[in-house]
Design a protein around this ligand. Structure first.
Ligand code: ADP
Ligand code: MG
Length: 731
């Protein structure tokens, strides 16, 4: 398909080209919706349809229905009370209807001159004074009725349906819709052949009036099936392609040496690895041993022990004579990793550098020098790790904790840290093209080099989602918790029983245990969040004064505190000087204080499911029996809303992160579940990963075969569907 210029593509077909030359606001509005090429317009499918194929006699109309009537104008007057309006009365048989227009033009008065027969479409209201319609659509009654349903497209302000309809109909007529998928690859090839693409698109834009609207709405109609199959195939193809591009990249092959750091770290650990940890360590080690960059997602429930796995991977890397970087989303978390890892690695002679945004310039400079010289074998920090000034001596492994908190660009930046600064980063993002994979392959050093990448996540992703979004990632899963953990008891408690909760805290303190109290999330108001946390902190301090034998200090932690202060508070809690830590959700991720045995979440109904699960995971990290109290309030309502109830119910019923993730997906749907960041522009428009698993399975398989048998069609297919969005899928 020859590329058409934007102006050509979006021109209203029947207008002369001169009018389309300058970009009209509507053209710009269409571009904003991603509608540039004819094919983009052809794939812009209706949200719903209106039936303009029939005329309803006014006598048959029902109150509140949207109908199209044909009637004769009886009167047409401008009224000034109660406000300026055009009042038109039309007659259809014995019935009359009053049309009201608050904005009108002389041309409308002409169209609706007394005696004219007009076609009027809109919502009719039956009232005391007979039928009325406010701002109906009016046209002359001469044109033949359409024979297909009228599509209603997703649009934006300033882009009228009529304009979009014309543009799309024009594009549909021009666009090349040759089949890219060989018939034998299509699902159900033998039993029930799929609709051809052109027929499916024609149908979805202009369905016949007798179609079952339900099958169009729930996307189960065969025409929709075809479109979803196409879309999923494009997504899988694009992921396969980026995977192959990655296979052409190079990374240092890393192996642990006998008697080296890896072995010594293993021997020095205060615990034995679980079987699950050992298994994922082997999977990671196998990847690291290859001269191709690893892209592995390590998922495991909160508390499953991912950090030690990361440390062992780092040790393999350091053993090989290279540097390892670990990036965490928050300063608290980065600091915690830092502490844990230096505790393990410093005694073994490893120098670790620490990078964070809040660091003093002098300290930063000395850290940067350690990193550039290669003296620091391990670098731990926040986003500061990917800043331009950070130049590694020889980075070979990048680890990202809580990876879902980072965006695609940040992951790319970390991957780019291996190249010398002079080399542009985009080269790696494109993957090595055919040129990069040419005869120079043997040379190794001259090939595109990237570090191995290990991403960690405590939000396990159900299998279909992983397949849909992570075809380019290998996944390792820690599916068991370390031994000796007692399950966390979860209690749902009405806010009215707050006193009982405070009594429970007192009990825990008396046993020498520590407690988290998480304050409610107040949407879009950090100020209110803070006010609330401060108040709770004061109330708890008073209520717990003189309680029991444990550490009595009640601390406050919130996101607006200066970093140093946050750190000081966290320090006191970690070492056990503080009994209760009141906080906003800053503690959500990764904080590890094994002596904490009670987690109280206030207004739990306002939190998301995976967030609650993460919070709960802060306790139950030691051997002590732990509990999580989810305090809810119904506010002024008699009871909780449905989704809030579903979330709390899931929390009370299961402690298994995978089950929680499954339910979360069920409650929120895949788009929300993954979050925009996670998926970039990869969100599917038509297919639904939760509902279309069979099609997804097909697409995965078909993508493989298509790439092998018809690579040129595969390229064409991806270009058709993803156009400029293809590169977003690559990270
Ligand atoms: P997460 O997977 O949530 O990041 P962590 O790595 O913080 O979990 O581990 C949670 C706690 O479990 C830590 O205190 C860690 O030292 C401990 N731990 C990890 N592995 C084991 C093990 N095999 N046996 C006992 N304790 C372990
Ligand atoms: Mg962790």
């Amino acid at each position: 398909m020859p590329a058409k210029s934007a102006a050509q593509t979006i021109r209203q077909p029947e207008k002369p080209a001169a009018q389309a030359a300058a970009k009209s606001p509507m053209v710009k509005a269409m571009e904003k919706l991603g509608l540039r090429r004819d094919i983009d317009l052809a794939l812009h499918l209706p949200l719903r349809y209106e039936d303009e194929t029939r005329i309803t006699p006014l006598a048959d109309a029902r109150d509140g229905a949207t109908v199209q009537v044909e009637a004769t104008v009886v009167s047409c007057d401008v009224n000034f009370r109660p406000r300026r309006q055009l009042l038109v009365v039309v007659r259809d048989g014995a019935e009359t209807c009053t049309l009201r227009f608050f904005n009108f033009y002389p041309s409308m008065q002409k169209l609706m001159a007394v005696g004219n027969t007009i076609r009027v479409r809109g919502e009719v209201r039956g009232g005391f004074l007979g039928w009325t319609m406010v701002h109906p659509t009016v046209s002359g009654a001469t044109a033949p009725l359409p024979c297909a349903l009228t599509p209603v497209y997703p649009t934006s302000a300033g882009l009228p349906q009529a304009y979009l309809r014309k543009a799309i109909t024009g594009a549909l007529g021009r666009v090349d819709l040759c089949e890219t998928v060989a018939p034998e690859l299509l699902p159900g090839a033998r039993r029930e052949p799929m609709w051809p693409l052109r027929a499916a698109l024609q149908f979805l834009h202009h369905p016949e009036p007798d179609v079952s609207l339900a099958t169009l709405e729930d996307h189960s109609h065969p025409a929709w099936q075809r479109l979803k199959a196409e879309e999923l195939l494009a997504q899988q193809l694009s992921q396969l392609a980026s995977r192959r591009a990655r296979d052409r990249l190079r990374a240092p092959a890393l192996r642990a040496s006998a008697g080296g750091l890896h072995e010594r770290l293993g021997a020095a650990l205060p615990f034995a690895l679980t079987d699950a940890q050992r298994r994922v360590c082997q999977e990671i080690a196998a990847d690291l041993g290859q001269p191709v960059p690893m892209h592995r997602l390590l998922q495991g429930d909160v508390g499953s022990g991912k950090t030690v796995v990361a440390a062992l991977a780092a040790a393999v890397c350091i053993d090989g004579g290279f540097q390892c970087a670990l990036m965490a989303p928050t300063e608290i978390l980065a600091e915690q990793h830092f502490r844990k890892l230096i505790g393990w690695l410093e005694p073994l002679g490893i120098v670790t550098a620490w990078l964070t945004g809040s660091q003093k310039a002098k300290e930063r400079r000395s850290m940067l020098a350690l990193i550039a010289s290669g003296e620091a074998a391990l670098v731990i920090g926040t986003h500061a790790v990917i800043q331009d000034k950070v130049v590694f001596h020889k980075l070979a492994l990048a680890i990202i904790d809580e990876q879902h908190r980072f965006g695609v660009a940040q992951r790319l930046a970390l991957r780019g840290k291996m190249r010398p600064p002079s080399q542009p980063e985009t080269a790696a993002a494109d993957g090595a093209g055919p040129a990069g994979a040419g005869p120079s392959e043997k040379v190794g050093a001259s090939l595109q080099q990237e570090p191995h990448l290990l991403m960690m996540s405590a939000t396990p992703i159900p299998r279909t989602l992983a397949m849909g979004y992570y075809a380019d990632l290998d996944v390792s899963t820690i599916d068991a918790l370390p031994p000796g953990r007692t399950p966390i008891v979860t209690k749902l408690v009405n806010e009215s029983r707050r006193d009982e909760v405070v009594a429970r805290i007192r009990d825990q303190l008396a046993l020498g245990r520590q407690v988290y109290w998480v304050c409610p999330l107040i949407e879009e108001s950090e100020v209110l969040d803070l006010a609330n946390a401060t108040e709770t902190h004061a109330a708890l301090s008073a209520a717990l004064a003189g309680a029991g034998a444990g550490p009595l200090e009640v601390g406050l932690l919130h996101s607006r505190m200066p970093v140093a202060e946050k750190k000081a508070v966290m320090d006191r809690f970690v070492v056990g000087l503080m009994g209760v830590l009141v906080s906003t959700t800053v503690i959500e991720v990764g904080v590890d204080v094994p002596n904490a045995s009670l987690m109280v979440v206030e207004h739990a109904e306002r939190f998301g499911l995976s967030q609650l699960h993460q919070l709960r995971g802060r306790v139950g990290r030691g051997a002590a029996a732990s509990a999580c109290v989810l305090m809810y309030s119904t506010g002024d309502a008699p009871r909780l809303g449905e989704t809030a109830r579903a979330r709390l119910k899931a929390m009370a019923e299961t402690g298994d992160g995978f089950e929680i993730a499954r339910r979360d997906l069920e409650i929120r749907g895949p788009g929300e579940f993954l979050g925009a960041r996670q998926s970039g522009a990869a969100l599917l428009r038509f297919a639904d990963l939760a509902l279309d698993a069979p099609l997804l399975e097909w697409a995965r398989d078909a993508a493989q075969r298509m790439l092998e048998r018809h690579p040129e069609l595969a390229t064409q297919h991806v270009a058709r569907w993803l156009g400029g969005r293809a590169e977003f899928l690559k990270a």
